[in-house]
Write a protein that binds this ligand. Structure first.
Ligand code: PLP
Length: 456
């Protein structure tokens, strides 16, 4: 096995060349999906008993398959929550793969986990949580929210009175779909405050007052959002924290999208109260310029997470041994085997410094303000609400829902832009409108005005 494998070297160089081309391209295609049958017709059988060969398969990727993806880092991809990983982070993502690090236990992954923890210290410092708070990297916001909900529920159930009860959480309709989905996984009930505008302590108190006696008994946690995915709205974390304290409820802040903005001085005050959270979700793969996948869950009290998540097994006991002492990421979230997915973030932070992160996030915020001004100045366009964080909801006067859909597909088909419609709840009605979400600091004012012009 130790001969020099020329084919392997050639393949490695080809892959590196492709990666360099991908990350240094300034105007790559936006790409669009094809039906599975169409892709099959283009590439034929690829998984065969003898294999089709790396070069052949790679060529299929380049010729057909790569183009059927919509890269989220395109400067005119402003749909959903896009992303914009730094080149440094991408390079170290390759190194993470090449290093075969098992990131569950310090015993096997000390070097990688050490780096993850350095990055995590910075993230935790942005939250203002007290000494002792810490976190782990997860596959994303969904896994982080689940890990936090389970920790809260297990802590609540330590009280024998609640041992056999199904728990209940309160959040608002502005909360991300993953909260509802993860409440199902954890088998807890959920009550939604019916407003997409920012949730306040007062509205929370009113909702709690409507609960039945049994519901109140089973209520164990409140989930506030630090930047709603739809509109960038930050709940009134400080007043919610107060209610949670008075009512003895776990306070979780889902800042999967908005958490990156904690670094931005211009909006940091909007998050006041986050330092009182029991747990926080932040996705570095959204606004901290990490490649997929990289989420994070942070706890005020790490011991509670360990009580909920630490796995037991005879073959795992060695990891708890003195000789292997250190930080074991598996103990604080739902996954055992895990990629050291915070490693690319660490390298990028070490390369660029945290000031560059601040500037890049501020640019996203500024782009939302620029878009807001362009929309207001335009006779055919109107803001649905003032831009919040980097989200902008706006309407094209006179358009019906199908006009927005048609426009989205036309722009996408041309390979020009991906901007998708959304709905905004206004009183009892939902209005279809258009939405921008800015993450990529390379998006330009010209990109925005070209997109707006295409609506005329
Ligand atoms: C994106 C998002 C999530 C889900 O995170 P994934 O990384 O996609 O799993 C959860 N909450 C909020 C507020 C989000 O924006």
């Amino acid at each position: 096995m130790h001969h020099i494998d020329i084919e392997l070297i050639e393949m490695t160089l080809d892959v590196m060349k492709y990666v360099i081309g991908r990350v240094s391209a300034t105007d790559h295609e936006i790409g669009k999906p094809k039906k599975a049958e169409e892709l099959k017709a283009l590439v034929g059988e690829t998984v065969t008993s003898k294999g089709v060969g790396g070069e052949y398969a790679f060529n299929l990727w380049k010729a057909h398959l790569a183009k059927a993806n919509v890269p989220v880092d395109h400067p005119r991809n402003l749909a959903f929550v896009p992303a914009s990983p730094t080149k440094a982070a991408i390079m170290f993502d390759l190194i993470t793969s090449a290093s075969s690090i098992h990131g569950a236990y310090w015993m096997e992954g000390a070097g990688g986990i050490f780096c993850e923890n350095e990055a995590m210290k910075w993230i935790v410092s942005l939250t203002g949580l007290p000494e002792g708070a810490f976190g782990v990297f997860t596959s994303g916001g969904t896994a982080a929210n689940l890990s936090a909900i389970v920790t809260a529920r297990e802590h609540w159930r330590e009280n024998p009175e609640f041992k056999r009860e199904k728990g209940l959480i309160v959040t608002s309709i502005g909360a991300h779909s993953s909260i509802k989905a993860m409440a199902k996984v954890a088998d807890v009930d959920i009550v939604l405050v019916d407003s997409e505008e920012h949730l306040t302590g007062e509205a929370l108190r009113e909702t709690i007052a409507t609960l039945t006696e049994h519901q109140r008994k089973c209520l164990f946690a409140v989930v506030a959002t630090g930047g709603t995915t739809n509109a960038g709205i930050i709940d009134d974390l400080d007043s919610i924290a107060k209610v949670c304290e008075e009512e003895n409820l776990w306070f979780h802040v889902d800042a999967a999208y908005g958490g990156g903005a904690l670094v931005a001085d211009s909006v940091r005050h909007l998050f006041n109260g986050i330092e009182k959270a029991d747990s926080i979700t932040i996705d570095p793969h959204k606004w901290m310029f990490s490649p997929y996948d990289c989420g994070a869950v942070i706890y005020k009290n790490m011991e509670l997470a360990k009580n909920a998540h630490s796995q037991q097994g005879s073959y795992l006991e060695i990891f708890k041994d003195e000789g292997a002492h250190g930080f074991n990421p598996t103990d604080y979230q739902i996954q055992l085997t895990r990629r050291v997915r915070g490693l690319p973030l660490w390298f990028s932070l070490a390369t660029h410094g945290t000031d560059r992160y601040k500037e890049a996030v501020e640019r996203g915020l500024e782009l939302a303000q620029i878009a807001g001004r362009l929309i207001e100045a335009h006779p055919d366009l109107e803001l649905v609400r003032a831009p919040s964080l980097s989200c902008v909801l706006y309407r094209r006067i006179g358009w019906k829902p199908e006009d927005y859909t048609h426009w989205t597909y036309e722009n996408h088909k041309k390979g020009f832009a991906l901007v998708t419609p959304t709905k905004w709840k206004n009183g009892d009605t939902y209005e279809t409108c258009s939405r921008f979400c800015f993450i990529n600091p390379d998006t330009t004012e010209k990109d925005i005005s070209m997109i707006l012009e295409s609506m005329i």
